[in-house]
Design a protein. Sequence first.
Length: 612
Amino acid sequence: MCGIVAYLGHQQACPILINGLRRLEYRGYDSAGIAIINETIHLYKNQGKVATLAQRIENLPVTGTVGIAHTRWATHGLPNDVNAHPHFSQSENLAIIHNGIIENYATLKKILQERGYIFRSETDTEVLIQLIEDILNNGRVSLVEAVQQALNQVIGAYAIVVISRNEPDMLVAARKSSPLVIGIGKGEYFLASDATPIVEYTKDVVYLNDEEIAIIRRNEDLKIKTIKNADKIPYIQKLEMNLSALEKGGFAHFMLKEIFEQPVSVRDSMRGRLDIDNGIISLGGIRDYLQKLIHARRIIIVGCGTSWHAGLVGEYLIEELARIPVEVEYASEFRYRNPILSEKDIVIAISQSGETADTLAAIQLAKSKGATILGICNVVGSSIARESHAGSYTHAGPEIGVASTKAFTAQVSILTLLALEIAKAKGTITHSRFFQIIRELDKIPEKIEKVLELNERILEIARNYSHVRNFLYLGRGYNFPVALEGALKLKEISYIHAEGYPAAEMKHGPIALIDEEMPCVVLATNKGTYDKVVTNIMEIKSRKGKIIAIVTRGDSLVREQADYVIEIPETEELLVPLLATIPLQLLSYHMAILRGCDVDQPRNLAKSVTVE
Ligand code: AGP
């Protein structure tokens, strides 16, 4: 949450920073601000999106080659002009941008107030910059030392960049539990919460580690120290990201583009890992842990939101194919309930961003108790990826839309490969069944293309329901997590209340909600518990509920009962989530657009949830 960007170099900082904020806006978008050094620190900030800030400063002489900028997702204090970042210190000699939460800010604030500091905002961030100034004023220390000392007093998470009027050719940056990437150009440095604002300028990046401080001075090499002042050697990595992946590419929204990218992203997630001809699955990242997986006492999957839903599909897959008991936990619950863990447990963390605070904390806890941690992340170099013992990247490409779409199908693809790889190595799957599944898996990208051809039809269905206030999503077996994911997608971008349920649970309560006003999306693909789901459809019908059914191509039974049917290609039951999810993504997208919602930046949400 919150996007931070900073620049020091030979170009004008302002356009680079505004452009960077636009790229990072998916991380938070309630207010934005910029500060540029030019003799003094010129600071502009306001409530609203980056476009508002850009418009405001368009005709102002915001010149200078060193600056910082921020796009906010409010934690402490309302989203207003005053609480927007950057924040000045009392003397206005220092300014800071911050992503994260300073947990002991109230205690520190009280001490600073007693020393005469006056606070303009309600933020925890202002406390940090005042503390740095206080240390500078009283300690005869350098700016770097002051930042180090301040960060040693701070409890919480931070990615910060500090600038000083007295040191106009310097940026001081630090991180703990919130991401920070440093791009190294020719005589210039680009800092950001992730690599998306950097990739158009340089491919050479350094990912800062927890409790490290980057000291960036004009015409000098990057220096990294810890907050305890130990020297570190910067490890420069090459970015493998294309600029085109960050553009809408002709689509109206990132979300739509990302939905339509799924034939490619699912293929990419399996590329080099699935060898159909020789019947080999090899997830390189976990190769060294395969024996551990085979002998695991149990697997615990942790994640949040959509990634948690992918985890549920993973549970079904791993239990069915590899016969290992699996538990799927909300990371936020797992981390606080003193879970029983040992060296025989494997914890799989699933996260698109790789930065979700609860998931990160959950794996840190599991690690401390001796469990092996495998990460399934999309963002390369992210905190969860680095905190894990091993893992697999999903390779879905940057996901910019706040609603997760292609990341989900890529996560499910990886989990399918993982379950199959363990099953084969463990001998819990026959040779012929293994081949049957992998051949079908290989066809999934083509079948996704077929599902995407239903876009117009789904728009038509959305037109009939965009006015409703509630929706029910029902599915069983592999379709149960799909129902949950469909409901989440609808509520997060269209603000329609939606519930996902296992279809059989309907009669234990939700059936009371059904009347002619209640549309029910029923996942009734033709395998597994099809007959039972058909019975549920009858029950809904006899209570005048409206039915939108996702069925297998050629189905006639459900067609007779449903108000609308969406036909998806036939596939293996365990691969159905990879197809059935897609019409639900499109339905949510069209409903949201018809209701005039901002699908890429829905209200109150942020892409990367780096706070608890
Ligand atoms: C998905 O559409 C949501 N925006 C959200 O639930 C998301 O999946 C969740 O915050 C987890 O994010 P992660 O995958 O980056 O960890």
